[in-house]
Design a protein around this ligand. Structure first.
Ligand code: URA
Length: 220
């Protein structure tokens, strides 16, 4: 089940993990993940946000962690970053309904700021604790293409020293899937300082996804 790849040492089942399914049923793994206590992030999150998409998807997109909206909805990429992703996928000619979307970490990590919940980056041990679930998703789906969205996913799945700014859009040899590539996280586009920068960043993001679309077309 476990896909191989460079990452921090992973905790073994038993240490806060529920009983793990013996099957390759994604819904069984999704259900098991709702009971995960392998790190403390579940305590302040509404729910576990497992990946979503077709069981037959050839492409898996991996983000960082659910945001505020995803935490409430229980689905990945349904908030502002998801809307940027949707726009870029459409511009690149990739059908969101045909891919699988997930995150390196399945609980929302946040800190309070007045009435708002502000995103906090997951740390190495939280990412490592959640790796078991990501490995299960990858092991079940056996995707042809994995797209890492942002540094957290890229450093978890490709290399701890991976630099998205330098290596974005390049195919990376990996035992996880025949084609592994990283690009920026869509929320980085939302953080661009002005409209021009945002438009420029969006164009680059779409270009990276167009390269993914060419790989996908080559699979048929
Ligand atoms: N950011 C992510 O990395 N994943 C989501 O699901 C939403 C926002």
């Amino acid at each position: 089940m476990r896909a191989s790849g460079p990452s921090a040492p992973r905790p073994e089942p038993g240490h806060g993990y529920p009983e793990l399914p013996e099957t390759k049923s994604l819904s069984a793994w999704r259900e098991a993940a709702t009971h995960c206590r392998a790190c403390d992030l579940w305590k302040n999150a509404t729910q576990t946000v497992f990946g979503e998409g077709r069981r037959t998807a050839k492409v898996v997109f991996v983000g960082e962690q659910p945001g505020d909206r995803e935490d409430l909805a229980g689905k990945p990429f349904v908030g502002p970053a998801g809307r940027v992703l949707d726009e870029a996928l459409e511009a690149a000619g990739i059908d969101r309904a045909a891919v699988y979307l997930t995150n390196a970490v399945k609980h929302f990590k946040w800190r309070p700021a007045g009435k708002r919940r502000l995103h906090e980056k997951p740390n190495r041990s939280e990412i490592a604790a959640c790796r078991l679930w990501l490995d299960a998703e990858i092991g079940i789906l056996k995707p042809q293409v994995i797209v890492c969205l942002g540094a957290v996913a890229a450093q978890a799945l490709i290399s701890p020293t991976f630099k998205v700014t330098q290596q974005r859009g390049k195919l990376i040899p990996s035992s996880l899937a025949p084609h592994v590539v990283a690009t920026v996280h869509p929320s980085s586009i939302l953080r661009a300082p002005d409209d021009n920068a945002r438009a420029r960043e969006m164009k680059l993001f779409i270009a990276d996804l167009q390269a993914v679309a060419r790989v996908i077309r080559g699979l048929d």
